[in-house]
Write a protein that binds this ligand. Structure first.
Ligand code: GMT
Length: 373
């Protein structure tokens, strides 16, 4: 099949899922055309059947704001027509699905099908903007198929948008061969030279991630267990989190590493992964941690409980309840046998529910069904 993948190219979860999907589909023999304003961050290897098409945004003095939605639609039309795409797969409703619908309408005699995958904030945050609400509803009703990355996101979308079509849940996935525990004593020793336990968090440091809660959890944990907190990523909440770590007197135990690429090594060095988000449709970073055998302590909101099974591969609790989360962390860090059981369970859940070898064929089946209609 020839598949066009429309995504955000940066570190966000939707761009990562879209890129990994494209890479895996290419491995399975499909021809993949990524369309975005920049080459996707995770597109880091050459494959003969992967192409990237950059969307150029026209600049003209009259256009005070850029016309990305239209420029993207124009590029999709071009690629569908000349590369003879069978499927356009838009990741994130705004504006990708809208641009996909515009291009389909323009190419009305073409049989290309549009799949839209909802990732979370496109529905739970952006989708609630009154000006965007009818546009999202339009994009759901005019895509040939819509998928959501968790049961929670499907239910939430149905409640808020009452879509005409059934939404298919296709969970995010993980490459178990790539994300596996790979203990690197050098990393552990440099971060925790005195054998302290390591708590880790990865995100884009947006307010919904509640990064400051990771600092509050550390402040509680070190009352009973020597520990270090490693924060990976960057974004608007970073300086407030730094400030809080100074105010709580724990700054010497917190390392802000910024954006990093050696995630498997860092996740493998960690004893606990923290995800205290206020909103999370899935929690891809928690799955990456679990696949590396790192137990997760997270909030119980959104799709997280579908990934982090409470009492098996980690614990979940009310968002903001940092005392309870710290208690869960301490209970795992002070009982080696319990930690090992949770670590094994975390990996087993990743294998049983989220293996890419099981999830990618679900997308292929959906594409095939649409093409046969
Ligand atoms: O919030 C982010 O981390 C970015 C955002 C995105 O769209 O890029 O992530 C959403 O999609 C991810 C991949 O499907 C999910 O794992 C995240 O849970 C989801 N984020 C939220 O719902 C807040």
């Amino acid at each position: 099949m020839k598949i066009g993948i429309i995504c955000y190219p940066t570190f966000g979860g939707s761009g990562i899922v879209a890129t990994e999907l494209g890479l895996k589909l290419a491995d399975r023999g499909h021809e993949i055309h990524f369309i975005s304003y920049e080459s996707p961050m995770r597109l880091n290897k050459f494959l003969n059947n992967i192409y990237f098409h950059e969307v150029e945004i026209p600049h003209y003095p009259l256009f005070e704001h850029n016309l990305y939605t239209l420029a993207l639609a124009g590029k999709i039309i071009d690629v569908v027509k000349y590369e003879k795409l069978d499927i356009i797969h838009a990741h994130y409703a705004i504006p990708h699905a809208i641009s996909g619908i515009i291009s389909k309408n323009v190419l009305k005699d073409n049989n290309v099908k549009l799949v839209t995958t909802l990732h979370g904030t496109d529905i739970t945050l952006v989708g609630l903007e009154p000006a965007f609400h009818p546009l999202i509803k339009y994009s759901l009703d005019n895509s040939d198929a819509v998928t959501a990355v968790s049961q929670y996101l499907r239910t939430n979308t149905e409640q808020h948008f009452n879509p005409e079509k059934k939404i298919n849940v296709i969970y995010n996935f993980i490459d178990l061969d790539e994300y596996k525990r790979n203990p690197c004593s050098k990393i552990k020793e440099s971060i925790a030279p005195n054998g302290e336990k390591i708590l880790l968090h990865i995100s884009n440091f947006r307010p919904v991630k509640r990064v400051q809660d990771t600092v509050r959890i550390l402040a509680e944990v070190i009352k009973s267990v020597p520990a270090k907190l490693v924060l990976i990523g960057d974004g608007p909440e970073r300086s407030d989190a730094e400030k809080l770590s100074r105010e709580l007197g724990v700054s010497e135990h917190v390392r802000f590493l910024g954006k990093q690429h050696a995630l498997v090594d860092l996740l493998s060095a960690a004893d606990i992964f923290l995800l205290p988000s206020q909103s999370e449709s899935f929690g891809l970073s928690a799955l990456e941690a679990m696949s590396c055998g790192t137990p997760v302590v997270a909030s119980n909101i959104g799709g997280i409980p579908e990934v982090v099974i409470h009492g098996e591969g980690g614990y979940v609790s009310e968002f903001g309840d940092v005392v309870r989360m710290a208690k869960y962390v301490v209970s795992l860090l002070t009982n080696d046998r319990k930690w090992q059981t949770f670590s094994d369970n975390a990996r087993r859940i990743a294998e049983e529910k989220f293996d890419c070898k099981m999830i990618i064929p679900k997308y292929e089946k959906l594409y095939e069904k649409l093409m046969s209609e």
